[in-house]
Ligand binder design. Structure first.
Ligand SMILES: O=C(CO)COP(=O)(O)O
Length: 152
């Protein structure tokens, strides 16, 4: 059966950017500083350090993305501790940790969290009326997968 969880007014937001997109994300974060101040921020290591130094808002920093940070954010998504993700990913450069990046985006999809993978989507997300209030997120039903029969 499908279940729900409430994303409350104060949201836990993951902020991530690949190296060639970090300046864009920092510019976006500065533009949206007032809106972000109402929320709890998480980030991969290097992105988080840059954000903290630019907007002076504490950031829960994980390891650097390629060193496990993407997977840490993914684990937080899977355990319901991240409400939405803003990830400025780079479509023009192969990442050494591509498998981690795909796993992170896959978990965001699997757990049905709002995700913005570029600036325009981030603008839509941050200006959504759901940002200022509660939102009931539908958690997909994985019970048939969890209860599947494993043949020997
Ligand atoms: O690699 C990243 C996302 O895949 C970002 O990691 P950093 O913020 O540590 O650079």
């Amino acid at each position: 059966m499908e279940s729900k969880r409430v994303i409350s007014t104060k949201k836990s937001i993951a902020l991530i950017a690949h190296d060639h997109k970090k300046n864009d994300l920092i510019a976006w974060v500065k533009e949206n500083k007032a809106a972000l101040a109402n929320h709890i921020l998480f980030a991969t290591g290097t992105t988080g350090k840059l954000i903290e130094s630019e907007i002076k808002q504490p950031v829960n920093r994980m390891l650097s993305g390629p060193l496990g940070g993407d997977q840490e954010i993914g684990a937080l998504i899977a355990t319901g501790k991240i409400d939405l993700m803003i990830f400025f990913s780079d479509p023009m450069e192969m990442q050494p940790h591509d498998s981690d990046v795909r796993a992170l985006v896959r978990l965001g999809t699997a757990w049905n969290i709002p995700m913005a993978l570029n600036r325009a989507s981030a603008d839509f997300l941050v200006s959504s009326p759901y940002m200022a209030g509660d939102y009931e997120i539908e958690i997909p039903d994985y019970s048939s997968y969890l209860n599947r029969k494993i043949k020997d």
